[in-house]
Design a protein around this ligand. Structure first.
Ligand SMILES: Nc1ncnc2c1ncn2[C@@H]1O[C@H](COP(=O)(O)OP(=O)(O)OP(=O)(O)O)[C@@H](O)[C@H]1O
Length: 289
């Protein structure tokens, strides 16, 4: 078995970065491509301009120094208060796209806008509080569950009370008795829920999730899915989730973007996935179902 050291290091760096720094309606879907400034724009929201949470324009990335395209001119609008699923074959650029949205890599100026503002012009720490991220494998800090959850607010001089920590635990579907448990003694599923509570402690407006339940059992997976749906419904949170599980996307997403070779080739409602037209997307969906 070969190990891709580059990918491994990138993942570890991202976990550390996001942990330390960010600790971090329905809508009408308009499928047809629309021309904007000569480029193809996938519009996933056809309504009020104000409700676009992210606007992504011609987002491109190449590997260095080889210059191999990773993202190939992504154009998409992401509405506020929806769960957007991103699916696609391995290596198609899903995680890279997600990481651009809270600057775990720096997208070029003029390519990613949050609430109408270029994210490159925002303070990066403030951006990461607003746009929290959760990875496939949770990385908790040393200390108790409460220490982990209090970490983010503490960075801006706020100490969460026990009651506030209890609320976050409940929100992440964890029993209050977890408060004083050492982070190192938790199962992966429990740790993932603590990582979620820790991210939520920053009161993010957007959650970026990179295969957040792939290491979890079906019950923990269902619990996390319920939490995400509730956050959307009760707090209007925007959730952008990469998942390899088509069924999961069909359970909770409002819209699905299909990414192939660094391009969004289709935007569909979850119940319309079988109608995908792109040959690679069709094949991917056939093999995944
Ligand atoms: N900074 C970089 N330099 C070089 N190659 C990179 C860089 N970032 C990503 N890649 C490569 O770009 C491609 C897309 O990677 P990415 O992790 O975004 O894909 P993915 O769709 O999330 O894959 P998976 O489903 O396997 O997690 C891969 O071939 C990856 O090795």
């Amino acid at each position: 078995m070969s190990i891709n050291i580059y990918n491994y290091m990138q993942r570890v760096t991202s976990i550390l970065l996001s942990s330390f720094i960010s600790l971090p309606y329905l809508f009408q879907i308009s499928m047809p491509l629309q021309e904007e400034a000569g480029e193809q724009l996938l519009v996933v929201f056809d309504g009020d301009e104000d409700r676009k949470k992210f606007r992504i324009r011609n987002l491109t990335k190449q590997s260095e120094p080889a210059g191999v395209p990773i993202l190939n001119g992504i154009n998409v609008d992401i509405p506020e208060g929806v769960i957007l699923g991103i699916i696609g074959p391995s290596g198609s650029g899903k995680s890279t796209l997600l990481r651009a949205l809270n600057r775990l890599w720096e997208p070029p100026l003029g390519t990613v806008f949050l609430d109408g503002r270029d994210i490159r012009e925002l303070d990066v720490l403030a951006l990461r509080r607003k746009v929290g991220m959760l990875f496939q494998l949770p990385a908790l800090f040393e200390g108790t569950v409460a220490d982990n959850i209090r970490y983010g607010p503490q960075l801006i001089g706020k100490r969460l009370s026990d009651d506030e920590v209890f609320k976050l635990l409940r929100l992440a579907d964890l029993d209050p008795s977890f408060l004083s448990k050492p982070g190192g003694e938790l199962s992966v599923g429990q740790a993932q829920r603590v990582a979620l509570a820790r991210t939520l402690a920053n009161k993010p407006e957007v959650l970026l999730l990179d295969e957040p339940t792939s290491a979890l059992d079906p019950i923990s997976t269902e619990n996390i899915e319920d939490v995400l749906v509730n956050l959307k419904k009760k707090q209007g949170m925007t959730v952008i989730m990469v998942s390899h599980c088509i069924k999961q996307i069909q359970r909770i997403a409002d819209i699905v973007c299909l990414l192939v070779n660094g391009e969004i080739v289709e935007v569909l409602k979850p119940d319309q996935l079988s109608e995908a037209k792109h040959p690679m997307a069709q094949r991917f969906l056939q093999l995944s179902s």
